[in-house]
Design a protein around this ligand. Structure first.
Ligand SMILES: Nc1ncnc2c1ncn2[C@@H]1O[C@H](COP(=O)(O)OP(=O)(O)O)[C@@H](O)[C@H]1O
Ligand SMILES: O=P(O)(O)OC[C@H](O)CO
Length: 494
């Protein structure tokens, strides 16, 4: 009998396939980076064909490494970078344009038009999301406006819209399934977060024909069987990557929080069965929905640039050769030497939502060197996380007892200690930091009986390392005030 569960984790920078056993431990993994396409300032694109080819290649590689085949997999789950938007031809499966990545800000001017018409409050109360360039709805509108003939063909049902989950399921099933799960749908700004249906008023407002939209499904269910490489394997779980990490970290109780440090950084708090409207710049989003069970909602603090700043130092400035070099470079100095970086490359997301913000490096003197820049880059992620956690506490009144962390950056122990210090909250890293993939595997395994319920998943979670805050209060206050001053300079720059 098949004893493993596979998970495709299609992220902003790379695609992974991970095979898990019933204890939630990794059996095999393969990973491949894809190209980031920056054609103009503010434009960020991915090639959907490259993403699908890389997905196929990592599946083949991870299986081959351990001599596994489709018969060894009881099910697969999918987790993905959210909001990234594409359209393709229903008949040929060919994309009509590169995917517009979640960080892409080309729709800023459309956002400004809607904002002038006072659309903000209406959209926020229905979808839980503020009016910004981040979400899929206006990106889809841009594609329908700018790809010749796309709107007419979409209205006729010949052109399909999807986020990356939809695109992967479409390809995995040989074009049989056009679906998206509730967590991904909750990031389009086209779904009513209470009814979990596409909202006709918003579709009319954004001029989007409903014939191109996928069917919204739960996060854990038998959606269909794969063809090709994984022939016959049930596809049984889909979660946006940040919601998948919430599940992978077993945050099933109201008030439990996780923070994922990848390209961006995303903190989610489980808020139970009612959507919670933020007054402090957080998003209301669907956390997960398993089968027909009640929907669980989350409050989210989204930070656009975290690990991406490390990549920028690597790729645009050549300061380091690989991301892992940032920690030794930062440790070459005892502190940031007065340097602060605000990485507002796509404006500032939570809690500011300031589209006009732009990045800055402040506090430079002749004394500043590469080590100070590296240190300031790491600290920027921790400061942004501090702002988001403060907003969460203000919104919910819940004082978080410890922060569960995961994602590619948490190997950086300097970051983990500084994070605990700047929050004055213990930070804990679990044994499996691939919680995003694990969450998708859990969703698929729950639907196929590999795990009986969430108690089994809570039992699988184990801490690897904890960092206790050691920074004196006056130092924490001084550093936080310095950050606030720098953010004040970065906002409304453009
Ligand atoms: N040692 C490190 N210190 C800081 N950042 C790191 C380190 N190793 C990797 N990163 C960053 O982590 C990110 C990759 O994390 P990952 O979770 O794979 O991202 P994503 O899912 O967004 O593609 C990259 O932005 C990279 O720069
Ligand atoms: O791919 P990641 O891990 O950077 O996550 C991206 C988020 O889903 C964007 O909302």
């Amino acid at each position: 009998m098949a004893k493993y569960v596979g998970a495709i984790d299609q992220g902003t920078t790379s695609s992974r396939f991970i095979v898990f056993d019933q204890a939630g431990s990794i059996v095999s993994v393969a990973q491949k980076e894809h190209q980031q396409i920056y054609r103009k300032p503010g434009y960020v694109e991915h090639d959907p064909i490259e993403i699908w080819r890389n997905t196929e290649s990592v599946i083949a590689e991870a299986l081959a490494r351990k001599g596994l085949g489709p018969r060894d997999l009881a099910a697969i789950g999918i987790t993905n970078q959210r909001e990234t938007t594409l359209i393709w031809d229903r008949h040929t499966g060919t994309p009509l344009h590169n995917a517009l990545v979640w960080q892409d800000t080309r729709v800023d001017s459309i956002v400004a038009e809607y904002a002038r018409d006072g659309g903000h409050d209406r959209l926020r109360s229905k979808t839980g999301l503020p009016l910004t360039s981040y979400f899929s709805g206006l990106k889809l509108r841009w594609l329908l406006d700018n790809v010749p003939g796309a709107r007419e063909r979409a209205a006729a049902g010949d052109v399909l819209f999807g986020t990356i989950d939809t695109w992967l399921v479409w390809n995995l099933t040989g074009g049989q399934c056009h679906i998206t799960d509730v967590t991904n749908a909750s990031r389009t700004q086209l779904m009513d977060i209470r009814t979990l249906r596409w909202d006709d008023d918003i579709l009319a407002l954004f001029d989007i024909p409903d014939a191109c939209l996928p069917t919204i499904v739960s996060s854990s269910d038998l959606y269909g069987e794969a063809v090709g490489l994984l022939a016959g394997v049930p596809i049984a779980g889909i979660l946006g990557d940040q919601q998948a990490a919430l599940v992978g970290q077993a945050c099933f109780e109201q008030g439990e929080v996780k923070n994922t440090y990848g390209t961006g950084c995303f903190m989610l708090m489980n808020t139970g069965e009612t959507p919670y409207a933020s007054k402090h710049g957080l998003l209301t989003t669907v956390g997960y929905r398993f089968g027909e069970a009640k929907t669980v909602y989350a409050l989210e603090g989204s930070i656009a640039i975290a690990g991406a700043l490390v990549q920028w130092l690597r790729d645009n400035l050549g300061l380091i050769e690989q991301s892992t070099d940032i920690e030794p470079l930062a440790r070459s100095v005892p502190d940031n030497g007065g340097v602060t970086i605000v990485p507002a490359f796509s404006g500032l997301y939570a809690p500011h939502w300031n589209a006009g913000a732009r990045g800055l490096i402040g506090g430079l003197t002749r004394f500043a060197n590469k080590g100070h820049i590296a240190r300031a880059a790491i600290e920027a992620t921790a400061f942004q996380t501090m702002e988001v956690l403060q907003a969460m506490t203000q919104d919910t009144g819940i004082a978080v007892k410890e922060l569960r962390t995961d994602g590619g950056m948490v190997v950086n122990e300097l970051l983990m200690q500084f994070q605990a210090d700047i929050l004055d909250v213990p930070v804990v890293r679990p044994k499996v930091i691939e919680t995003t993939a694990l969450g998708a595997a859990y969703a698929a395994g729950l639907a196929t009986g590999i795990w009986g319920g969430t108690d089994d998943l809570v039992g699988n979670w184990a801490a690897d390392k904890r960092w206790q805050p050691v920074m004196p209060e006056n130092e924490r206050r001084r550093l936080n005030a310095g950050w606030a001053k720098a953010v004040g300079r970065a906002v409304d720059w453009a």
